[in-house]
Design a protein around this ligand. Structure first.
Ligand code: SF4
Ligand code: SF4
Length: 444
């Protein structure tokens, strides 16, 4: 595991500012409420996703697909333009590494990361790391379980006698975070992170990345002789959190954190020169003064696809009806004829109310291929309707009956479109087309 040397500089300060915003954001977000409901939560046992006052269910899985496609495309788009800026500036792995290093340096000072650090200090650092890992795991699990309920679970007398399920996940993620930060760190970025693996395919010679100006730098200073500008101080190497040498070219281990930029800015500053390492494209390193080509085939393709997904998602979300209805013919009770030439079909229906208001829903026939009116038997009322509680689903039986005319017998099955809608709000309307079958004995 690499414990890199501390370095100050403009980039380090800017990253501290970003991290000072991100860390409270990671920790506090699950505690925030939208009215009386969570601002964001993935409730796996309840099969619901709460986001900004909306409830999404697995029936709307296409939103998840669009979100993942959008995330993938934005990764492609931004990596093409500005390289692995996510890794070095916003990835939780990097942000937590900096937090853990801050603790280590606060306790051990210059001895942090050294073999001769005092044992007491090392033990204290690991204890504090475990404490932060517990807090990090609690924050992570809070995205899946109600943090307020977790607190009341902890306060309850039965907490130790009958531990709630979430505690096992907290223990697992505490162990994972601690082991990652105390023993794995840069190995994860280098060998386990899938993004690092395919970043090279997304970048080209115009992508902005942390790059070494080898034209100015090489050949490096050696035994008092200086040919290029690089003094071979190796400061860029010792500050690197992933332990790579950026002077050897683009490396899969580089997370674009910019620590080597600050290091070289310091070294070159002492000689009154400009840094040899900076955020620039490969073309700029090859031809000093070259401009970055932001608009190029690769960025246009990714940008257009990303824009397309954003537009489709926005239109779908704007037109979204937070109701779901599933109506299926009853498999046990077959269609039957009753006196008067009337045919009855039986259906099992499920309606999901994905809003935070109770709703009274009317069910009516919108369209039918039958030649006589269709009657709905539901709930025993004149206007077929159903009351459904907020944020819940309800199963019920629908019976449709219609007088069968001679011309209806030419088909074995007809189509009926049901309309399920909230009488008080015209925006909450669903349409569902279902089959209406003619009993075998009645067919021609
Ligand atoms: S090479 Fe530089 S930018 Fe890349 S990870 Fe190392 S210090 Fe960070
Ligand atoms: S910090 Fe700059 S001068 Fe020092 S070794 Fe790295 S590239 Fe060369």
């Amino acid at each position: 595991m690499v414990i890199s040397r501390q370095i100050s500089g403009k980039i380090r300060s800017a990253r501290y500012l970003v991290e000072a915003f991100l860390l409270p954001f990671y920790f506090l977000l699950p505690w925030l409420r939208w009215g009386e409901h969570p601002l964001i939560r993935l409730d796996i046992p309840g099969r619901k996703f709460y986001l900004l006052g909306n409830i999404f269910t697995p029936q709307e899985g296409f939103y998840l697909h669009l979100f993942l496609i959008g995330m993938g495309l934005s990764l492609f788009f931004f990596t093409t333009l500005i390289g692995r800026v996510w890794c070095g500036w916003a990835c939780p792995q990097t942000v937590f590494t900096d937090l853990f290093d801050l603790i280590g340096r606060t306790v051990l000072g210059s001895k942090y990361g050294k073999k001769d650090a005092p044992l007491f200090g090392k033990v204290l650092v690991h204890k504090l790391w475990i404490l932060v890992s517990i807090l990090g795991a609690l924050a992570w699990v809070s995205y899946f379980a109600d943090p307020y309920e977790m607190i009341s679970d902890i306060r309850s007398a039965s907490f130790f006698a009958a531990p709630p399920t979430w505690i096992y996940f907290v223990l697992f993620f505490t162990m994972t975070l601690y082991l990652d930060m105390a023993f794995v760190r840069e190995q994860f970025c280098k060998y386990a992170c899938p993004y690092a693996r395919f970043q090279t395919v997304m970048m080209d010679a115009d992508s902005v990345n942390v790059t070494y100006d080898y034209k100015r730098g090489e050949p490096r200073r050696k035994a008092g002789t200086q040919v290029g500008d690089c003094t071979a101080c190796n400061l860029c190497l010792v500050v690197c959190p992933t332990g790579i040498d950026i002077r050897e070219g683009v490396n899969v281990g580089c997370i674009a954190c910019g620590k080597c930029v600050d290091a070289c800015t310091k070294t070159m500053g002492k000689e009154g020169k400009k840094t040899l390492i900076g955020y620039m494209s490969e073309n700029q390193a090859n031809q000093p003064g070259a401009k970055i080509r932001w608009i190029r085939p690769r960025s246009i393709v990714y940008g257009v696809l990303l824009f397309g997904v954003a537009i489709v998602s926005s239109v779908l979300l704007y037109n979204r009806v937070p109701l779901y209805a599933n109506v299926l013919p009853d498999r046990i009770i077959q269609p039957m004829e009753i006196p008067g030439g009337i045919v009855r079909n039986f259906y099992n229906a499920q309606i999901l109310n994905m809003t935070f208001q109770n709703r009274n829903l009317n069910v009516s026939v919108e369209e039918s291929t039958l030649h006589s009116p269709v009657r709905i038997l539901l709930g025993g009322t004149e206007v077929p309707s159903i009351s459904i509680q907020q944020n819940s689903s309800q199963d019920f039986r629908i019976i449709l009956e219609a007088e069968i005319k001679e011309e209806d017998l030419r088909k074995t099955s007809h189509q009926i479109t049901l309309k399920v809608g909230d009488a008080e709000n015209k925006n909450y309307v669903l349409k569902k087309t279902i089959p209406f079958r003619i009993p075998i004995q009645d067919r021609n």
